[in-house]
Design a protein around this ligand. Sequence first.
Ligand code: SOE
Length: 395
Amino acid sequence: MEKIKVGIIGVGFIGKVHIEALRRLGYVDVVALVSRKQETAEALARELSVPRAYSRYEDLFADKEIDAVHLTTVNNLHAPLARQAMEAGKHVLCDKPLAMNGREAEALLAAAEKAGVVHAICHNMRYYPLVKQARAMVQAGEIGNIRLIHGHYLQDWLFLETDYNWRLISEIGGKSRAVADIGTHWMDMVQHITGQKISAVYADLSTFIPKRRKPKVEAATFVVRDLGPEDYEDVDIDTEDHGTVMLKFSGGAKGVMLVCQVCAGRKNFIHFEISGSRRTLEWNGQEPNSMWVGERGKVNGEFIKDPVMFAPEAARYAGAPCGLGEGYLDTFKNVFGDFYGWIREGRPMDVRKVNFPSFLTGLNELNVVDAILKSAGTGKWVDVKYSVDSGREYL
Ligand code: SOE
């Protein structure tokens, strides 16, 4: 069978993660990449053994051999590049957040439906095997009616005032940073597990470091360098380091999400606790291969990742047997497996049928982010206005 040919635009930390995960599928070939400078593109292509290197996006879109494009660029390029790729007939998998705001995402979904291509947003966190098992347990009624959904996503890579990255700048990353960058992961994961959509928000956002020292030569995400005071310039920051968001859900559940990118010692600490009328589940991404199960009237349990004990719809996401650790990098193989499985079977795109997060998911997320920004600005509860009515169930 002909391998599916893929091009990658933006080869920083996450672009390289995508390339490695794509190659693990076995039926996908990464044949081209784009980086802003031709010599950088060629160096990366040599380093990563990718046949073709471009520095112009349009050259990749014009490449007839390419079936699908991954967008792992800065956020403000997601929508314009996705639109061009789809107009060139390419399937698109875009990193989150899908666009700069709900309005831009709505237009992109319409363009995707017009182009008739397969489209996805890379919410990989829902693809940890135990997260899929949590979803299966909720759907099977093992947790009961969901009452409380809470948790956080904490990081420290922006802890110092000399830590700098394009996400800090609203023109490039979007008006929201911590919420749009990592909060969307958390919100997608808990809505996917419970099937309930966020219906209203009450938000408090803070910029604990309003002035930062920007290195004159920018570094990649998570890269720390030892520079002298003369290597920096002062910049004012207009995006949030932190968000505390109270939540109401479509199925009646209540909750709270805490996100912060300046918590010393917290690296990529994504965590949820979901309490229902029968049990509670608690899980965190820094120890993704075990889940706590809270009971009343009997001893609490620890669910060690074991596909034999999983529901069939969750077991398929475990790539290794019981107790053998699976992590962050494996979640990309899983989301790409669903996306390219759909393409390989030649199935038509249908946002209500696909088993992966689509541009509609990305749009729903940005509708929530827009509501969070509005609530933080007004100090009031805000009902989420979904651009597309996809019913009560989270898609
Ligand atoms: C930076 O916060 C970042 O790279 C996010 O953009 C990713 O989505 C997250 O998985 C890791 O941290």
